[in-house]
Design a protein around this ligand. Sequence first.
Ligand code: ADE
Length: 353
Amino acid sequence: MKFYVLEREDAEIAAEREKLERERQLHIREIKRVQHEDDSIFNKHTIQKNDRYVLLTLLGKGGFSEVWRAYDLDSYRTVACKIHRVNKQWGDHKKASYVKHAIREKDIHKTLEHPNIVKMYELLTIDQDTFCTVLEYCDGNDLDHYLKQHGCLTEKETRLVIGQVVDALRYLGERQSPVIHYDLKPANILLQSGCRKFEVKITDFGLSKQMETSDDCDSIELTSQGAGTYWYLPPETFKDISVKISTKVDVWSVGVICYQCIYGKRPFGHDQTQQRILNEGTILKATVVNFPPKPTVSQIAQDFIRKCLQYEPSNRADVLELSRHDFIKSVSRRIVQQPASPSSRTMRDDLDH
Ligand code: ADE
């Protein structure tokens, strides 16, 4: 009897420790964010000629970019401003390549119109070395942050997230010139709070590629081998540069994200650094996906993941097939946007109703 009491106490202490650790991580993140915000040269700035966009809070910082929550004084709405700053030390060739990339990102992103894709409003030039993309604002952090906070999602929550992502991919794939996102990962899936059924939106088309036609067999040559985040990229992207890739690159990423949402870890190279994944050819050896015994997951969910994580693209489901899979069939194209509820409900609250 005493043993059971001690066991229960141990479990409670472990849960409390986990909670405190998550809070600690949140604090560290916030301290870093404030520090970056204080150091930023855009701190307390407005941008564009008539000070149209007022920069309010730094949301995130990448290698050569910062994302700010900003207020658009012309349209009276909150937006996200992604400010790209070309490194002054770079040579002309590197600068030109960076700008070319950004313009391509803008050209692709600006034409996209889907409820689960962050809208791009415009691209502004700030000065010779700096430009800014103005994006639809999502007010609920990203899936990466959510997973770090909560470990994993329930199967039901996963279905809602993945269903919306697949919906967006179906839209990208059905265009006359299909678009491959090429960098789908939890950090690029933004959560929108304030809706009864929460919404997700995919963002960051910086590595995306546009195919010539919508012909099913069409594919494009792999030009940026090693780009993207290795945990989420399929084997064919690690092969010879002449290997052709298709929208099935994103299908693999969906499988990895779905697995991670349910099991709380990535299926391949979870504990490995990016460098180790590359050095050890982890993804090139990713021929079989193993499912842990816990948590208990439905056969349908496992089948969905397996169809995404087929090593050979020819055996992998395409986006259309995926959107018709029983795991998400009931979610795709069914998310109805509802007015924000007045209470401050959490994503979990919303899902439980
Ligand atoms: N972080 C990156 N892009 C964002 C956006 N559009 N809204 C909110 N946070 C973001």
